[in-house]
Design a protein around this ligand. Structure first.
Ligand code: TRP
Length: 522
């Protein structure tokens, strides 16, 4: 079944150097997940309680699944769906298109959040940081009246400005993707070093604030109660998949542009360590600021980065407030290189499958994508009667995020391990990886991908589903007046539409030879 074709990477594009690939893959991994979601998860799950499960998740799930995804890409030289069909047959392609369809949902709201970050960046030069916050901070469930970042944020999303920013982010994403690996590589050579530089500036600032070290201690002091809590483990595993860009075929697409003899153990470790290193540094910078200003980032995932941090920065003396602009600029460039990879994962799948031009593949992703991103950002979805609970767009985003974030990546990872471990054969994968690697994966790796990871992922997915179904459907606690059917309708819509997309695309004929369209994006 596993007929391997020669790697046609020259036709589809190829990374110019190993550095280019590492920058692109780590640029994909480092994103909003490392700054916005990591910090808010770590906070929600009790700081030090999160750290150990997260660390274990890196070695037990993160690095092994990345090795699998990189290998699927280099073995076949194709993106996820076509690669899976070559390696494990049609059911592999169904699974892959399902996850690619989920990636579309994630990209929609990911880019909306980036649009908001861009608007806040512009705001940092205007009214955002002019009025220092009054701590303690109250969550988004009870927005305060005072002039502060929360009020600024809610005012901002009620205007048309985010629509412009969302369009701008989509425009930049497509521009970076226009000539494939060539333009991606050029962009990440600038953006990835820049995001490290900005993060280092922020951490130095955070740690030199009097009291900043207390926040760091909160983040790193182990907390045994939390470690006994299954929720913490579930959160840590989902966060690890998101942070490393796993489960949605993104890393498969990037690896398909590598030469066949790339050392995938080395690449996986490099990308994972760069990603998690950045994440811990970001955590230190953010927790330092939280503690200095006694801020309480209650509410949704976004509260911490969009309300608490700018409020802290607003307390800085004049001049130093520039850190607000740094912070949002950092969010934008880190998120942009991740959005680029999400779109590339989808577009290259369509290009490989349908044999269409790059321009057409990008358009097929962008059109539905931008409609979705606009839907979350549309000021018209704001219903004044929902004032107690924020806005409908934000609530929609939170609900879609819950289902897409908690399920699709982990289900994608589960499919990968089962199909590659059992159908292709773990031995075959291991032989392929070991051939080009200085380190060798021992037979334990078979046990890992055939049993350990599938069992862990199944337990986490089943546990989350149980909680969602038994404790009231996620989102049903929102006070949505008039829209009370939405929390139930959204997951059904998400699930059905991804299944239909997967069915339709899998049953289209596969174009054997994609045209040489990278140098000719007509
Ligand atoms: N890893 C990115 C972040 O941390 C987001 C991302 C990019 C992603 N590509 C992905 C998440 C693929 C899941 C799957 O922000």
């Amino acid at each position: 079944m596993a007929e391997l074709t020669p790697n046609p990477a020259e036709d589809r594009g190829a990374w110019k150097s190993k550095l280019g690939f590492i920058l692109a893959a780590s640029g994909s991994a480092i994103g909003l997940g490392n700054i916005v979601f990591f910090a808010s998860n770590a906070y929600q799950y009790g700081g030090g309680a999160f750290y150990l499960p997260y660390f274990i998740a890196l070695f037990v799930l993160g690095i092994p699944v990345m090795i699998i995804e990189f290998s699927i890409g280099t073995m076949t030289g194709k993106s996820f769906p076509v690669a899976m069909r070559q390696l494990v047959g049609k059911r592999g392609e169904y699974a892959a298109w399902w996850t690619i369809s989920c990636a579309l949902f994630i990209t929609m709201y990911y880019i909306t959040i980036l649009g908001w970050a861009l608007t806040m960046f512009v705001g940092a030069f205007g009214g955002l940081l002019t009025d220092p916050a009054i701590a303690p901070f109250t969550g988004m469930d009870t927005p305060t009246d005072g002039p502060n970042a929360t009020v600024y944020f809610f005012g901002m999303i009620a205007t048309w400005a985010p629509m412009l920013s969302v369009a701008a982010i989509w425009g930049m994403t497509i521009l970076i993707l226009w000539r494939g690996t060539k333009t991606i590589e050029a962009a990440v050579r600038i953006f990835v070093p820049l995001m490290w530089l900005f993060m280092i500036i922020l951490i130095v600032r955070g740690l030199t604030l009097p009291g900043g070290v207390d926040g760091v201690l909160y983040l790193f002091t182990p907390n045994m109660d939390g470690i006994m809590d299954v929720n913490v483990w579930q959160g840590a595993f989902a966060q690890m998949f998101f942070s490393l860009s796993l489960g949605l075929g993104t890393m498969v697409a990037y690896a398909s542009y590598l030469p066949k003899d790339a050392d995938q153990i080395n690449n996986s470790m490099l990308v994972s360590f760069l990603n998690c290193g950045f994440e811990y540094i970001a955590g230190v910078a953010i927790f330092a600021m939280l503690f200095v200003y006694a801020l309480n980032p209650a509410g949704t995932t976004l509260s911490l980065s969009f309300f608490a941090i700018p409020q802290g920065i607003a307390n800085f003396p004049f001049g130093v407030k520039a850190f607000g602009a740094f912070f949002f600029f950092l969010l934008v460039i880190a998120g942009l290189t991740s959005a680029v990879s999400l779109v590339e994962g989808m577009a290259s799948s369509l290009i490989d499958k349908l044999g269409i031009s790059r321009a057409k593949g990008l358009t097929m992703v962008m059109v539905p994508g931008i409609v979705g991103s606009f839907a979350f950002a549309l000021p018209n979805v704001i219903d004044p009667t929902l004032s107690g609970d924020g806005t409908l767009g934000l609530t929609l985003l939170d609900i879609v995020d819950h289902w897409a974030f908690r399920y699709s990546l982990l289900i994608g990872g589960l499919f990968e391990c089962i199909l590659i471990g059992w159908i292709l054969g773990a031995d075959k994968l291991r032989a392929f990886v070991n051939k080009n690697s200085k380190f060798n994966l021992g037979p334990w790796f078979n046990v890992q991908i055939k049993f350990v990871i599938p069992i862990i992922l199944s337990l986490v997915i089943a546990g989350t589903l149980w909680q969602d179904l038994s404790g009231g459907l996620y989102g049903s606690t929102y006070d949505m007046e008039g829209y009370q059917w939405l929390p139930a309708a959204l997951p059904v819509f998400w699930f059905l539409s991804t299944v239909v997309m997967s069915y339709v695309l899998t049953n289209r004929p596969t174009q054997e030879h994609a045209p040489h369209n990278v140098s000719n994006p007509a």
